[in-house]
Design a protein around this ligand. Structure first.
Ligand SMILES: [Fe+2]
Length: 185
């Protein structure tokens, strides 16, 4: 299940976030083996990007996929800034199904595109991995919202051309089974 939302936020804000995007030698990037770079530390995220991440956290992404009571994961586990340079790609995978720090089951993922790279299309595949259901070009300002489950395999096609693929990502979790009051022994 996926929703594609063009012009999800103010275009000037999207432009600003792209404009301040750090280069690939920025010391705060975490670089994966596949070349994807991420930063999910609020302390280091540039203000225009943090502003948009906050707007994404306030977006009713759970509701638009039919979930009630989901909570945005403000810790940005697995989210934040995602940067893919030309030549990189993200193979077909299903996302981690929980926040390992808190144990919360992850339910929904939103990705906001900030730049128009060559290639870099997001593909959501059929749950039996037999082929793509939808292919979304990373157009600046477009946000995709999709379920984070074993039934949502997805990939990012190779980034081509000369421009970096820039995106922001946020997850929603089912934060149940928590003690609301002290549990005296
Ligand atoms: Fe993913």
């Amino acid at each position: 299940m996926i929703r594609i939302i063009p012009n999800a936020f103010d275009g000037a804000m999207v432009f600003d976030a792209s404009r301040v995007w750090p280069k690939d030698d920025w010391k705060h990037w975490f670089t994966y083996e596949n070349g994807k770079q991420t930063c999910n530390d609020w302390q280091n995220i540039p203000s225009p990007c943090a502003l948009l991440l906050n707007k994404m956290l306030a977006f009713p992404s759970g509701e638009i996929l039919g979930h009630k009571g989901l909570v945005p994961d403000g810790s940005l586990w697995g989210g934040g800034m995602h940067s893919m340079s030309p030549g990189t790609e993200l193979g077909l995978h299903v996302d981690s199904d929980h926040n390992p720090n808190r144990g919360w089951p992850r339910m929904v993922n939103a990705v906001l595109f900030l730049s128009q790279s060559g290639g870099g299309e997001f593909e959501l595949w059929k749950e039996d991995f037999s082929g793509p259901i939808v292919r979304v070009s990373p157009t600046p300002g477009t946000m995709i919202v999709f379920a984070t489950s074993a039934k949502s395999p997805h990939r990012v096609a190779p980034v081509s051309g000369e421009k970096v693929r820039k995106s922001l990502a946020v997850f929603w979790v089912a934060a149940g089974n928590q003690r609301e009051r002290a549990d005296f022994i």
